[in-house]
Design a protein around this ligand. Structure first.
Ligand code: AMP
Length: 307
């Protein structure tokens, strides 16, 4: 059993109403792998960085049990860089800069012992690279989850549509669901997106929780009302990591189990936003995670009798 994670490992510069960072470690796959590592240990990462990327963070990933044989380090090149600025409500942000750098010519190579993963998390990355990884697998994974963002809708829509036809679950945020479908109503958007390939769709709504759709049903997970929210960067990726990590751990990909998985995803996202960058996702204990999940359970548990 294994979980293959593909996505950016990167530098970010972030501005929120609570502060501003210089280049700090980020990237979709960094958050996904860290969040998933609290549930599942056999994780392999496929990504690329330049020789400017800190070894200390790679050591942190390794210490969490993440295998890095599929991480390419390009000498003389720069890592992917993203800069973003959040609005006052922290639910919306503007991308200030995206520098592909090493990503522009990335040719992913899946190590031989990871060509048959049971779970595949295609984190935010060029849709074509996501397809190149899929093409190298010798067996279709039990579950393929995809996360993407508006940048790829703006620049590679045709390739993205092709990737969408190959996956099982898509996770995107509400504005991206509207952009992808051309529908304002999230219910209508979900139905249109479910016709594009995925069997299940998760629409993330930041501090307003997440919706889980299949063709027949919809389920809702709240976000925890937190006292301290510093930086929402990586919340979506941490959600995805917790979601797929929990599914991999429980080996159950039913819609019923996905209802539980979005609570675990929401719990991991709630940690991430409490500090800048990946800091809060490092060094959590099993008890921290369990206590946080219990807070979600307590938040929404109610006892109603209709008779
Ligand atoms: P999230 O806040 O969960 O949407 O993800 C934020 C992370 O995505 C940051 O750490 C960025 O490095 C990474 N990121 C930003 N733009 C892109 C992009 N176009 N492709 C891949 N990763 C990106």
């Amino acid at each position: 059993m294994s979980l293959l994670v593909v996505g950016t490992v990167a530098f970010d510069a972030i501005e929120t109403p609570f502060g501003k960072t210089d280049k700090i470690v980020g990237g979709a796959a960094s958050y996904i792998a860290l969040a998933a590592s609290y549930f599942y240990k056999s994780i392999q990462l496929i990504s690329v960085v330049g020789d400017d990327f800190p070894n200390a963070f790679l050591d942190t990933l390794k210490a969490q049990g993440v295998k890095l044989d599929g991480l390419q380090i390009k000498q003389g090149e720069k890592s992917f860089f993203w800069a973003g600025k959040y609005h006052n409500d922290l639910n919306t942000r503007d991308t200030l800069d995206t520098q592909l750098n090493v990503l522009a010519n990335f040719d992913p190579v899946v190590p031989a012992d990871f060509k048959e993963p049971d779970f595949l998390m295609l984190g935010n990355l060029m849709p074509l690279i996501q397809q190149q990884v899929l093409a190298q697998l010798t067996k279709r994974p039990k579950l393929i989850v995809l996360d993407t963002m508006n940048f790829w809708m703006d620049t590679s829509m045709d390739e993205l549509m092709k990737t969408l036809s190959m996956i099982d679950v898509l996770t995107i945020n509400d504005s991206e669901a509207r952009q992808l479908s051309g529908e304002y109503s999230l219910v209508k958007a979900a139905q249109k997106i479910l016709d594009m390939g995925p069997k299940v769709l998760v629409i993330k709504k930041g501090e307003h929780g997440a919706l889980l759709f299949n063709k027949e049903e919809v389920f809702f997970a709240p976000a925890l009302p937190l006292e301290e929210v510093y930086d929402p960067t990586g919340a979506g990726d941490s959600f995805a990591g917790g979601f797929i990590g929990y599914l991999a751990k429980t080996k159950d990909i039913s819609f019923e189990n996905m209802k539980r998985a979005i609570i675990f995803g929401s719990a991991m996202a709630s940690f991430t936003v409490e500090k800048f960058g990946t800091e809060r996702l490092i060094g959590l204990s099993q008890e921290d995670v369990e206590d946080r999940v219990q807070e979600f359970v307590d938040l929404v548990q109610f006892d109603i009798s209709l008779v």
